[in-house]
Design a protein. Sequence first.
Lengths: 351, 351
Amino acid sequence: MFKENEGARTDISSLGEFGLIDHLTKDFDIKHTSTKMGVGDDAAVIFEKDQHMVITTDLLIEGVHFDLSYMPLKHLGYKAVVVNLSDVYAMNAVAKQITVSIAISNRFPLEAVEALYAGIKTAAKTYAIDVVGGDTTSSTRGLVISITAIGYSKEEELVYRSGAKETDLLVVTGDLGAAYLGLQVLEREKQVFKVNPNNQPDLEPYTYLIERQLKPEARKDVKKLLSDLDVKPTSMIDISDGLSSEILHLCKSSKVGCNIYEDKIPLDPQVISACEEFNMDSTTIALSGGEDYELLFTISVNDFSKIKANPHLSVIGHITNVTEGIHLITRANTKIPIIARGWNSFQETSE
Amino acid sequence: MFKENEGARTDISSLGEFGLIDHLTKDFDIKHTSTKMGVGDDAAVIFEKDQHMVITTDLLIEGVHFDLSYMPLKHLGYKAVVVNLSDVYAMNAVAKQITVSIAISNRFPLEAVEALYAGIKTAAKTYAIDVVGGDTTSSTRGLVISITAIGYSKEEELVYRSGAKETDLLVVTGDLGAAYLGLQVLEREKQVFKVNPNNQPDLEPYTYLIERQLKPEARKDVKKLLSDLDVKPTSMIDISDGLSSEILHLCKSSKVGCNIYEDKIPLDPQVISACEEFNMDSTTIALSGGEDYELLFTISVNDFSKIKANPHLSVIGHITNVTEGIHLITRANTKIPIIARGWNSFQETSE
């Protein structure tokens, strides 16, 4: 249903490794003066005076992290970049460079790799990122993508996971659960497609969910948003594996507990209606779904008035003493311990 | 013949992704004050005042870049780090940090991953490197390793591929061809082992070759060596794909030609004897073998007297005008154009 253009088909081996790198990177322009040397030497060279550098990396494996039967390669390239940038933004830093390494099997023609790079290039343009290097090689099976992202911040503006203090407020950007439900919709359509390839699915009620799964965005805007509001978070983490998993990381690093209020968790209307349709609990989806790439952070309770009117931000709870544990306060006012149910790649695949 | 210890066998999924990362990284110590935050947040944080940063990355795929039937996992971990550091040293920079991402299939028990990390840790200790982050995930098949290395240099000490000038001398460190022959020996023993598993191979005549293949070292020493000799290379590249491939890169970047003299190419006695045994031409092996991780650089002819007595360095040729092309001058004094015959991963595998 989401097939790549299968018209042209050029064998990658006709270019060779260096020919392929030249071909894929030739029209990547350099946007930052800090990028002194991009692709084309043994290493990239960067100079960013008096800034602290943050660096983060992700490894994406076909069949584990993505399914090319419903993830178009262009979207995959875009998402692979966004996922890494999200980690840079979670440090309250500005992302400026990435390296991109891919391993591809011979079943991919050049046109497929070009589609992947078109997505990478679109993300690089959208987020003002220089692609400064990488590696291109063959795989025995499937597609592997490894991206490393580099960002910068003044030391005093960096935000770690470890700074949350008792009485701080827990804040989340955007809304949660949509990306996971988008995946459920796509999986269902894949099964329908297998049975009846001529079926034309009506995906209109799920556009937001599918977009959140196939073309997520990272919260580049939050650093400036908070700076403009004169708020510095005390701790921050990005929500890649689901709210419950991230809240546990943050509380563990900060040596605190917390209470999250079920009725405060921000949900899009499509999430609520899709949960009804799939007979799923929307709170569970928001807590455990993952891939939302929103930011979860804590602020001093004194800053509440600065953020309370902002439509991008939802206060969902508060930090407690570590002895009080980590709990969800339900709509029925019962207190449930939060345990990690986020995504664990080691439990999902088999040899 | 080179089997890992198969005694204990702990299922990786029993730890989960975060448990595994904690377990593998818990005793990585931080060696550099520039590493402000290593593993444990959304991103690592680094601050190196007034230095230019170099960054390079490699992606290694089982069945393409390594064969676990004769590459012990500890050696593989070591080599994966060294390969990346070599690129940092080729910029005349000092390597200080790496990130390590791995994807592993369920067929690997925890003990195998521990062996891999033991090699990574040994390399980190030997080369004074901080492991500051990475990603650990599952693969559908085989092992994938992605390493990113970060180094530093004063701007004026960086050496690019592009600085070679006419009349400059071409210099190579160490000797060439041994790693490729080590691979040939190991491949041969693998075939013998298949036929007769009880055969005890006598690898004594090949110790240097096998060590160069299984436990290569990167030329960390060259920056200081050249600094002590008061020589700054005009251009530099590391020899990962074979001398012919690298000389073509260097000449292309510098827009020059060159002559290399066959009788000046440094060869270890074991390379010469193994070439006789395998009926291979030692010059071809040195030019096309790859994986030597020596450095190839150019210096001003005026610096010749400073380096000529150094046992680590061999002058193998000189830079010419670009119109003269790139040639090997044979022992018989004939002039042969050098073409790339280095390693190309896209021609070696099939789906």
